[in-house]
Design a protein around this ligand. Structure first.
Ligand code: HEM
Length: 465
């Protein structure tokens, strides 16, 4: 069931709604989000679809204990402290912004043509996540190598087609495939194989280059996440855990990192599309934002391209923060349900009678972010709500803000995403103004992921000086 439909049911029936014979949605914090996501509730089979190579990764591991062990292996290289103190992250950010993203936008601006930012944003976010995993590579550059990114996106789009069968009937889909009945077209499997093959080869190349150290020129920064995971797997405890997934270490790493590429690319990509779209409709807000951005030292202009302002100074700019938060609120990238299963013994939710074990329960950002008491005129994109509020109100908004989920299964990449969204926005609006050329594709479909239906947004970028 889709977010808007579920939301209408909550508006009509209150904070707890039965969606089906064995499925419940909640829309409250106490007895709702807090009970489900910070308790013993584990993930249902719905998440099996996110395995790669048939191997579990952090996102698809259902049970809490093995999940916690996996998350511990990598969480520190995605932490806020790491984002703000790592020289690798700083250099990666500098290279992507000044050597890849801004020059590509400059070319468009100089030619007077509009830029389709939907695909362009995917290229930028792929470049960020890929570089954090494997280092900034001279060979892979999704921003400037248009053919490379089109091939990659083609696999990605194909792979996410027909996902109903894998989501809701994974066992039946697998069994029927074995006897030659394909609920999912063969072309989807072919695209998936290519995608997985690409990642496996990338992992092999990195391992080889690290082992031989002969090819260091290929990567200009360290493969931070790859190194972290490979090192963590060298420990004996984690080896045992890895072997319980009956897969080789190589496939475990590839399954994990392919998931990070996908999770890191699409959510951040269309969040940026919505952010640019909203700002493009408010030239005065762009002016205010630019005034704030120019207080950075040094500013994010090409004449200061050899050094970046501290990540912390970018992170703490109030209006930039408000613009990003409001976009994540109003256009939450994963706006639909994040399902979990009720544990044993039976648990009551939002005042309900105790629910037996095994009921699929969920909350969704779409509804939590439309609580009119917390976010008045919730349908309006209004960044100043994050600036004008007193501390008590800000705390309340923070409690209801759920773009990255909460609890132990909360997005591991949330700090990375905030770092990237803020730096990309800051670099663009320091140097350009944007205006809409064609936004006819920006209607939000009623899907779990808030992808605009048209997948297209054409903007004009005008240099500010
Ligand atoms: C705007 C950007 C992003 C948004 C809105 C977002 C949102 C979310 C949400 C809501 C979840 C929980 C989903 C669920 O339980 O069903 C999640 C989980 C996850 N996200 Fe993100 N995400 C973003 C960026 C990223 C990035 C950059 C990465 C890169 C590593 C990432 C990796 C993951 C992973 C691995 C999980 C699973 C965590 C776990 O199960 O412990 N995400 N994300």
């Amino acid at each position: 069931m889709e977010p808007e439909t579920i939301h209408s049911a909550h508006v009509k029936h209150g904070p707890i709604v039965r969606l089906g014979p064995n499925e419940v949605s909640v829309n409250c914090l106490d007895g709702g989000v807090r009970t489900i996501y910070t308790g013993e509730f584990e993930k249902p089979f719905f998440y099996d679809q996110f395995q790669n190579y048939g191997v579990l990764n952090m996102f698809s591991i259902k049970a809490n204990k093995p999940h916690a062990a996996r998350k511990r292996m990598m969480a520190n290289v995605y932490s806020k402290t790491f984002m703000q103190s790592s020289e690798e992250v700083r250099e990666m950010t500098r290279l992507i912004l000044f050597e890849r993203m801004l020059p590509a936008i400059n070319l468009h601006a100089a030619s007077g043509s509009s830029l389709e930012v939907f695909e362009f944003n995917y290229a930028v976010t792929m470049e960020f996540i890929n570089s954090h995993l494997f280092g900034v590579s001279n060979d892979i550059d999704f921003i400037q190598h248009v053919e490379m990114r089109k091939r990659f996106l083609d696999w990605y789009y194909k792979r996410s087609e027909h996902d109903f069968w894998n989501q809701e009937l994974p066992s039946l889909t697998r069994i029927l495939r074995k006897i030659g009945i394909h609920l999912i077209p063969k072309s989807v499997h072919a695209a998936n194989d290519k995608f997985e093959g690409w990642m496996l080869q990338l992992c092999r190349d990195i391992r080889e280059s690290l082992e031989t150290t002969s090819d260091t020129a290929k990567a200009r920064t360290q493969p931070v996440v790859y190194n972290q995971l490979a090192d963590a797997l060298k420990g004996s405890t984690t080896k045992t855990e890895a072997s319980t997934y009956s897969s080789s270490e190589e496939l475990l790493i590839a399954s994990e990192l392919l998931d990070h590429v996908i999770a890191g690319m699409d959510t951040s990509g269309y969040t940026l599309a919505f952010l640019f779209w909203e700002l493009s409709r408010q030239p005065d807000l762009q002016t205010l934002l630019r005034e704030e951005l120019l207080t950075l030292s040094p500013p994010l202009t090409p004449d200061h391209k050899s050094t970046l302002p501290s990540a912390r100074s970018v992170d703490t700019l109030p209006l930039l923060h408000a613009v990003v938060m409001e976009t994540l609120r109003r256009h939450a990238a994963i706006s639909g349900p994040q399902p979990r299963l009720t544990p044993s013994p039976p648990t009551s939710l939002a005042g309900s009678p105790p629910l037996p074990a095994g009921v699929r329960v969920s909350a969704q950002a779409y509804s939590l972010h439309r609580n009119e008491t917390v976010f008045p005129e919730a349908e309006t994109w209004f960044p100043h709500r994050w600036l004008d509020a007193d501390q008590g109100k800000k705390d309340e908004m923070g409690r209801w803000f759920w773009a990255f989920g909460s609890g132990s299964r909360m997005c591991v990449g949330s700090n990375f995403a905030m770092h990237e969204l803020k730096h990309v926005t800051a670099a663009i609006y320091t140097n350009f103004t944007t205006s809409i050329v064609d936004d006819s594709g920006m209607d939000r479909g009623d899907a779990n992921r808030a992808v605009p239906t048209g997948d297209e947004l054409a903007l004009k970028f005008s240099p500010v000086r």
